[in-house]
Each structure stands twice: as C-alpha cells, then as structure tokens.
Write a protein that binds this ligand. Structure first.
Ligand code: IMP
Length: 439
C-alpha cells in the first residue's frame, strides 16, 4: 500500500496535526519530514488535551510507529520534555523512532535566531525564535550537529567546537552565557543522547520496509506551502521546504513511493509573522474570524492574522504539491455570515490582473485581493456528519474550492472534536477512508 503525504496548503496552522492523527489510525507509520518545534498542534481525546511540537501525530495510538525523519531539526530538550509528558500520562512511547541523521538545535541557534530578528528591526520575519533558521543554515554549511553525534563524546565535542568557531563574532554579546561553554554544552548534549538513544534508528529503512511490504506510511508536513523557503513568500518564510516534494528528501524515500498527496486548508486564511497576505482583514470581520476560530498560536501564543480564503494561493499550492485531495478545516467558523468573500485573483499596483500567484516579490507585496461574494449560511455545522447534512450554501462553497483548484475536497472539518469531520464522496475513494486500508 502507499505512501501518503499530508501538507499545509496555506501559511501553516491548517489543522494538519489533527487530520494526521485521525488518519494515522489506519496507517502503519507516521513520519515527519521537515521543520522543528516551530510547529505545534493540539490533540483532544475525550476530556484530555495534548500539545505536541515535535512528536509526530499518531503517538497516542498504542505502539504506533511515529518517526522523526532526517529532514526535521530537533531541539532535544523539547523532545525529551514531550516524551516525559507522555510517559507521565502513561502513554507508551515505544513506537517513537528518531532519525540518526536529523540535525540538532543547539543553544547558540536559539540565541542567533533572536539576535537576527532584533538586528532586522522593522524588517523582521517574526520567526518563532526556536533556532530553526540558524540550525538549517548550519546544516547547509556542513557545520550541523546530528542526532548520531550525541553517541560519541569525542566527535560531539569536536563538531560543537567547529560549529562555534565561525560564530565567534556574532556570539560575542553572549560571551558570558553559560549555555555556550563548550564543555558544559557537550556534557548536556551527551545526557540528551543517553536519554534518546533507545529511540535512534534508521528511519528511512523502516519506511522502505513498510512500503515494500505493502504498508501505509503517512508523511506529515509542518507549516505550509506559502512558508516554503523556495516557493513561499521569501524572505518571510521558514527555513525548510514544507511542500510535498520534500517528503522524499526529508524521510529518505523516492517519488514513486508516494501515491496520494493531501493538502490541508482552512475555509479561510491565517498567517503568523510578517510578510505579504493579500486577503488579510484588519477589520471587525478579521477579529470575528480570529475569535470564532480561536486563532492564537499553539507554539508562541501569538494572535494570528486572518483573512478570506485565497484561491489564487490555494491553486498555486495545489499545483506545487500535485495535490490529489483537499481537506477543508474549520468550515464551521464561517457559520452565521450572510455573505462570504473569496479571492479569485489579485490586482497589481499598475492595474494588471493575476490569476496565478505572482513570482516577483514587488508584484506580490503590492497585490490587492479581488474577491467575489458567495452566499453564507446561518446554521451551525458541528453536528453535520455527511455532505447531505450541510446547508446548500456550504456545499456550494466546497464545490467552488474544488472547481477552482481542480482538487476534490475529500474531508471537511466542522469542529474541534475527532468525530466532527465529514468524508465526502470523493474522500471515500482514498486509501485512508474509513472502510479502506486498515493497519
Ligand atoms: P521560523 O520557522 O521560526 O524560522 O519562522 C519563520 C516564519 O514561519 C515566521 O513567519 C513564523 O511565524 C512562520 N512559522 C513557522 N512555523 C509555523 C507554523 O507552524 N505555523 C505558522 N507559521 C509558522
């Protein structure tokens, strides 16, 4: 059976974690392929709530294989905290596997992330300050520390010293910071290695074996297409590739291992941090979406910027990821609106119209969203469990998304609960549909 990639089709926070967790029930393994603890999601099981930043979705199923792929950057302190929390709540973490090739976030990455933002002043990106960018920069500069380095004191110390050397100048303001002492840092990270050792594995090989045996592997993305370092709104992006193509690189499989690509989009749009956001609403309507949608970050608690659904950006994400299915989350948040606006094209500064996402930053930064109005609905959707339960206007809204993007809406989220989802007719054809593949 297949590899199935799940990616964000907007600027992150689309509800990938919840969806992956739901779909993980029918999969043999979940593997994360990029990002780090800049991501975050909340899982609700009965009366219990769980917040994860690094551990892949699906860990709450008994002994489910949940893997952190080579493309992820890991802050070991955060990972160990999450493991401890799970253990304290009596969750078996035996299925957690960590790629020996994944890179580690080091104390200097955190300091450099914050210092970099401070230096940018008004031009700052609004990073999560978790050290993500500096860690990926070290990886590309071949100065990274990898998970496997934790298992050898001599190698670890040598590599940390080599990584610190070219940063002397930028780290000078933190000269007295005890976390930067080479010996203390080495000791600290060796302890992390000791704690994580039982989980370190050749995650790519595990994925191959499952796929070759006909198993189902979910590749879980973090962030979203518009935050992609190559294809997003650079420089206001994250430092990795949250697009489907990166699942191969970040997990160690080939394109022919992938059978389906699911894109997750909210029924409207949000963005955290700075950068262009053509459909942004800075008025009472935007506040309403934020409040009704609970749009505050899981990782940083920041209020998210909100706006109407941007079909120009969504069509772009659909092509970029070769999406085979869309999951539309939070449709219930739109209930109670008489009219809903949807962006179908941008207008540039000189009046030019763009139906495709503009590649040039100057065009994009000045692009204004042109919207059409579609009828809203007054009914609450929380109890809807089939397409037929949805009001006509809500069904038409989903149809508009399918028509414009060319991608069938397979799943619709109508509330925070696990059961508050609707499988559409198109979704029933997926390997992941209830009654489809079972693990
Ligand atoms: P970084 O990934 O911490 O370097 O932040 C770079 C940009 O990506 C900032 O605008 C962040 O707000 C944004 N970002 C990173 N992770 C997420 C996420 O999980 N959801 C939404 N935005 C994110």
């Amino acid at each position: 059976m297949p590899g199935i990639v799940i990616v964000g089709a907007q600027w992150g926070d689309e509800g990938k974690g919840k969806l992956t967790d739901l779909l993980a029930e029918r999969a043999d393994a979940v593997i994360r392929f990029q990002g780090g603890n800049n991501a975050g999601h909340t899982i609700v099981r009965g009366t219990q709530e769980w917040k994860f930043h690094l551990i892949p979705s699906g860990i709450l199923y008994p002994r489910k294989l949940c893997m952190i792929g080579n493309g992820v950057v890991i802050d070991p302190r955060v990972l160990i905290d999450e493991i401890n929390t799970l253990r304290d709540r009596r969750i078996d973490v035996g299925g957690l596997k960590i790629s020996a090739n994944a890179h580690l976030i080091m104390p200097y990455h955190l300091l450099l992330d914050s210092a970099g933002e401070a230096r940018l002043g008004k031009l700052q990106i609004g990073t999560t300050r978790r050290g993500i960018g500096p860690c990926y920069a070290d990886k590309a500069a071949r100065l990274g520390i990898r998970v496997q380095d934790l298992l050898d004191e001599k190698i670890l110390k040598k590599k940390i010293a080599a990584a610190l050397e070219p940063k002397r100048l930028s780290l000078r303001p933190f000269a007295k910071d005890p976390s930067l002492d080479l010996h203390a840092m080495t000791e600290e990270y060796l302890i992390y290695g000791h704690r994580l050792e039982q989980h370190i594995a050749d995650t790519a090989r595990i994925a191959w074996e499952l796929l070759d045996d006909g198993g189902t592997v979910l590749f879980e993305g973090a962030q979203g297409a518009m935050l992609d370092i190559d294809h997003g709104t650079y420089p206001f992006v994250t430092s990795s590739n949250p697009v489907a193509g990166a699942a191969c690189v970040g997990a160690g499989v080939g394109p022919r291992d992938i059978a389906e690509v699911w894109g997750v989009t909210k029924a409207y749009t949000t963005r955290v941090g700075a950068g262009p956001f053509p459909t942004e609403l800075t008025n009472a309507q935007g506040d309403r979406l934020r409040e009704r949608g609970g749009e505050f970050g899981t990782t940083t608690g920041r209020a998210r910027r909100t706006g109407w659904l941007d079909l120009v950006a969504l069509r772009y994400a659909a092509r970029l990821n070769t999406l085979t299915a869309l999951a539309v989350t939070k449709l219930d948040v739109l209930s109670g609106l008489e009219r809903i606006e949807v962006c179908t094209r941008y207008r540039g500064a000189e009046g030019a119209e763009f139906e495709h996402f503009p590649y040039h930053q100057s065009v994009l930064h000045q692009a204004v969203a042109e919207t059409i109005e579609v009828p809203g609905w007054s009914e609450e959707l929380g109890e809807c469990r089939s397409e037929a339960d949805l009001p006509t206007a809500a069904r038409e809204y989903l149809e508009l998304i399918t028509q414009t993007t060319g991608v069938p809406v397979a799943l619709v989220g109508v509330g925070p609960g696990r059961d508050q989802v609707i499988w559409t007719q198109a979704g029933e054809e997926s390997e992941l549909a209830p009654g489809g593949v079972t693990a």
